[in-house]
Unconditional design. Structure first.
Length: 160
């Protein structure tokens, strides 16, 4: 079964806004802001809702940068994650029950405390490229364990 999710990263000049996941899937890891697309909601609407709920800001201008499918060995579900770059927002990033936002310079991204796939696609994201990919992990990351990548495919997409 395919689950549709969003992931939004605020990108301002040479800085990005990430959130420390405080609970649930990916707890204890820095990540973008996102989650499941609800029934009757477009993918972009879900992305805007999630960033509002998790970082307490309103995404005013965003661009879709990529789609990556994530799978876990032995799990029939595929997570289809639509990745957005938020280039204009309103409000001040504020901690929520789920996430603690923090700005990072592009040269100080905490890859060792993130999902291991991020170090592969983040350079494309930061360069303003569009991309598509697939990652197969052994099992989900959490506070104590970092997922191991068993298979990876990542392609830059030409924009027509």
């Amino acid at each position: 079964m395919k689950k549709i999710l969003t992931l939004s990263i605020v990108h301002e000049r040479s800085n990005i806004l990430l959130g420390m996941k405080k609970r649930g899937f990916g707890e204890g890891r820095w990540n973008g802001f996102g989650g499941k697309v609800k029934e009757g909601e477009s993918i972009e609407e879900a992305a805007k809702r999630e960033i509002r709920e998790e970082a307490r800001i309103e995404a005013e201008e965003m661009t879709k940068r990529g789609v990556i499918n994530f799978e876990f060995k032995g799990d029939p579900d595929t997570l289809e994650v639509h990745i957005f770059e938020v280039i204009k927002f309103d409000g001040e990033p504020t901690e929520s029950e789920e996430m603690r936002p923090k700005w990072f310079g592009a040269d100080e991204i905490p890859f060792d405390q993130m999902w291991p796939d991020d170090r592969y696609w983040m350079p494309l994201f930061l360069a303003g490229k569009k991309f598509s990919g697939r990652f197969l992990f052994d099992k989900p990351s959490d506070k104590e364990y970092t997922s191991q990548i068993l298979e990876k495919e990542l392609y830059e997409i030409e924009v027509s």
